[in-house]
Ligand binder design. Structure first.
Ligand SMILES: Cc1cc2nc3c(=O)[nH]c(=O)nc-3n(C[C@H](O)[C@H](O)[C@H](O)COP(=O)(O)OP(=O)(O)OC[C@H]3O[C@@H](n4cnc5c(N)ncnc54)[C@H](O)[C@@H]3O)c2cc1C
Length: 311
């Protein structure tokens, strides 16, 4: 069993910022990253990042290159790759991972989000992956017929990007309204090659000779079939909050925390997208929350009996 002052689960912007703040405030920390790369969603950003001051970055890769230069992150053993947290025993204060068991004074959960899946698309052909970037790859689908599923910001933004090159873009929406912000809805309605299929949901996709998508009506109208070359599901994200199933969540698995990012259990904090949900997901907030959580540990350390080793 390994003892650490602060154990951080997740090596995205939130977790890495928390590690930097631990260094800054003199706390020993370990970051667990389940994959073989740090950065989390940053690695999927293909757009220009200009809302994370003071830098302007061409894309996520450029931001990651800068981030990796931060000397606080180059400390030996700070970030442990390919090590996934699998369970937390809150009574014994133990965190079990794929490699070992930790006993932390404090735990920071920064596990981010994952895209929702549609059962009807399991094993279906020509389904674009959840991180397919329509900002950088729309051109690769020139002259194709594409079915986008969803009604939020990402679905509508994707449909707009694709419509610049595609022959037809269909947008399947379960209800009779879009959830996307007004400016994007307006742009979508201006595109001649975009058709919104209101009150429909995907039922199945068959393969030959090109994929055929069958859409059920959600209001009892006849089914629709479409010869779609590609299908792009954009149906939102959910928080990676399974590690502590007993804690309160809101929306689709986003932890409820107090104003200093503490969960109901006072030695466990949660920060970043797993708390913020899609509406407030951002690099700046993830990074700022990391500061607040770690600083709160320091400011309250003398009041807590369990963390004598922090003093
Ligand atoms: C395409 C795209 C474009 C974006 N553009 C912008 C932008 O321009 N500006 C902006 O501010 N924001 C942007 N964002 C949002 C921003 O990237 C996120 O808000 C931010 O990166 C969230 O960081 P996070 O650390 O909370 O989560 P994540 O980046 O999701 O990181 C979570 C990490 O935890 C790891 N993990 C999960 N579970 C475990 C476990 N059990 N054990 C160990 N590790 C685990 C994951 O592998 C991952 O590395 C964009 C996001 C996307 C997808």
């Amino acid at each position: 069993m390994e003892h650490v002052q602060v154990l951080i689960i997740g090596g995205g912007m939130a977790g890495l910022s928390a590690a930097i703040w631990c260094q800054r405030l003199g706390l020993s920390a370990v970051v667990l990253e389940g994959t073989d790369a740090i950065g989390g969603q940053i690695g999927q950003i293909r757009n220009r990042i200009w809302d994370f001051p003071p830098g302007v970055y061409q894309d996520g890769e450029a931001l990651l290159t800068e981030l990796k230069k931060n000397e606080s992150l180059c400390v030996n053993g700070l970030v442990r790759m390919n090590e996934q947290a699998v369970s937390i025993d809150t009574a014994k204060r133990l965190v079990h991972t794929t490699a070992r068991v930790y006993r932390p004074n404090y735990l920071v959960i920064a596990t981010g989000i994952r895209p929702n899946q549609l059962a009807a698309l399991n094993n279906a052909p020509n389904v674009l992956g959840p991180w397919f970037s329509t900002t950088s790859n729309a051109k690769s689908l020139a002259n194709q017929n594409i079915l986008v599923i969803g009604s939020g910001d990402r679905a509508v933004e994707s449909a707009i990007n694709l419509s610049s090159y595609a022959q037809n873009v269909w947008v399947s929406v379960r209800s009779n309204r879009l959830r996307a912000r007004d400016e994007w809805q307006k742009q979508l309605h201006e595109r001649d090659n975009v058709t919104i299929l209101w009150e429909t949901e995907i039922a199945e996709v068959t393969a030959a000779p090109t994929p055929v998508a069958t859409l059920h009506s959600t209001v009892g109208k006849p089914d629709l079939t479409l010869d779609a070359d590609w299908i792009l599901p954009r149906i939102g994200v959910r928080g990676n909050s399974e590690l502590l199933p007993g804690l309160p969540t809101y929306g689709e698995g986003f932890y409820v925390v107090n104003d200093v990012l503490q969960t109901e259990i006072d030695w466990i904090y949660a920060i970043g997208d797993v708390v913020n949900g899609p509406a407030y997901a951002s690099l700046a907030l993830a990074s700022g929350q990391a500061m607040k959580a770690i600083k709160h540990m320091i400011l309250t350390r003398k009041e807590n009996s369990h963390d004598a080793s922090l003093s």
